[in-house]
Design a protein around this ligand. Structure first.
Ligand code: ASP
Ligand code: MG
Length: 439
């Protein structure tokens, strides 16, 4: 069994849906996980926002705009009387349902029911469109098997057994379609895996059915060695170990949902990033691999805040770092990078919502300095601790750039550097030249 996930742009128009129909056909049984058509979830969020503030006229208007878009899709996508009838009925039923919320009390539960409509529509449209061409497919309702437990983690035991018994009802079938993103919570209510969660759905399903591979299809050629928006030349990275991918996920969240790989990784199932616009390209394989030694990719993350905490009390003392970390823990603020000297510790955060409160508490035990507008540059690959030369190569490439913090040795997969954001472009370009030999 294979699991293939296609994002919103892959089902974003009738022509893209037709292309997808070709891509998903094969002799190997497969479960196709779909997002909502692009723009739909954003539109549904806007509708919910209007309903929260009781701006019913605006909500109705937004629903009508979205409905018109789907009606247009139906007329372009279907060509037989039966296909058109199916499509129209589908749009009618989902939009009547949406319009119903404009008369009702509106709470978080209604919001989640609304947000689920995008994936429910896209998957059914795809199923009907295949049916119109006499291509068999089975629609698996995610709300029947995709379930979270009381800790809001996927209930893998339930999901596996439920999916296994459902799939058993369809011996010999090749093509299954299901919704990404949507699920039920521990109370059985409609819920979701948070924005961008369809990748996560695919990984969970892959783990549940023990698939041969999980493929995440987007419009990019997998993961690249550097940011193509910043440097002239880049290449796709063909192979990454799960550990390397985890280091990059913090930066590459745009292509891969950070938590997405975990369920697959736990079951040792390879995850492959593929490009719908270049289906034959190998993409990026993320697996339990011993990848080649060396640097695979560099990545940057902006919007970082550096906090330096200095105290004479740290000298030869224990317990100081615990006191510092406890403050961040109390304010539920993750720390990303850390460096220490004997009397000071510098660390970074990317979420400033609790910054003032954190700094106030830190000031009770130390001198504190805060610097915003920083960028983490991360060099990721297989960098074995007994091999020399990687750090010097990185430093040599960056010799013209002031380095605010350096973190090396936390894992054998990463060298992280903090620079002022004004140096980001130069740093990425310098690394592209110094490490990958691109001008
Ligand atoms: N449709 C959802 C979103 O836009 C989930 C996804 O596409 O992954 O966030
Ligand atoms: Mg996505």
């Amino acid at each position: 069994m294979l699991v293939l996930k296609f994002g919103g742009t892959s089902v974003g128009s009738p022509s893209r849906i037709l292309e997808l129909e070709k891509l998903v056909q094969s002799d190997e049984p497969r479960i196709v996980v779909l997002s909502a058509m692009s723009g739909t979830t954003n539109a549904l969020v806007e509708i919910c926002n209007a309903l929260y503030v009781k701006d019913i006229a605006k909500a109705r208007y937004l629903i009508t705009v979205l409905r018109n878009r789907y009606e247009q899709v139906i007329t372009e996508l279907f060509h037989t009387a039966n296909g058109l009838k199916n499509g129209k009925e589908l749009v009618e039923s989902h939009f009547t349902y949406l319009e119903g919320f404009t008369n009702d009390l509106f709470t978080a539960n209604e919001e989640k029911a609304i947000l689920a409509q995008g994936e429910l529509i896209s998957t059914t449209l795809f199923h009907f469109s295949l049916e119109e061409k006499n291509i068999r497919s089975i629609l698996l309702p995610a709300l029947h098997f995709m379930k979270l437990d009381a800790n809001e983690e996927p209930d893998m035991a339930f999901i596996s057994s439920q999916l296994a018994s459902t799939l058993n009802q369809y011996p010999g079938e090749q093509l299954f379609i299901t919704q990404g993103y949507i699920c039920r919570n521990a109370f059985g209510e409609i819920d979701n895996l948070k924005r961008g969660g369809s990748d996560y759905t695919a990984s969970i399903i892959g783990a549940a059915v023990n698939s041969r591979e999980v493929q995440i299809w987007t419009d990019i050629d997998g993961m690249h060695n550097n940011d193509p928006r910043v440097v002239g030349k880049t290449h796709p990275v063909h192979e990454l170990s799960f550990d390397e991918a985890a280091e990059l996920a913090y930066f590459g969240a745009k292509i891969l949902h950070p938590t997405c790989v975990l369920p697959a990784q736990k079951k040792n199932i390879p995850v492959r990033l593929k490009n719908t616009l270049a289906p034959r390209a190998p993409g990026t394989l993320i697996a339990n691999l011993k990848t080649a030694e060396g640097v695979k990719a560099v990545a940057a993350k902006d919007g970082i805040i550096a906090i330096t905490i200095k105290s004479g009390r740290m000298l030869l003392a224990y317990g100081f770092l615990r006191a510092v970390f406890e403050i961040f823990e109390r304010y539920k603020t993750p720390i990303d990078m850390i460096t220490t000297s004997e009397v000071a510790v510098s660390l970074t955060i990317d979420n400033a919502t609790q910054l003032n409160a954190i700094v106030a508490e830190l000031k009770e035990i130390a001198q504190v300095e805060v610097e915003g507008n920083q960028t983490i540059i991360s060099v990721v690959g297989q960098l074995p601790k007994h091999t020399s030369g990687y750090a010097s190569k990185v430093f040599d490439a960056l010799k013209e750039i002031p380095l605010r913090m350096v973190s090396y040795g936390g894992s054998q997969n990463n060298i992280s550097l903090l620079v002022g954001s004004e140096y980001k472009t130069r740093a990425l370009q310098a690394l592209n030249k110094g490490i990958f030999n691109y001008d």
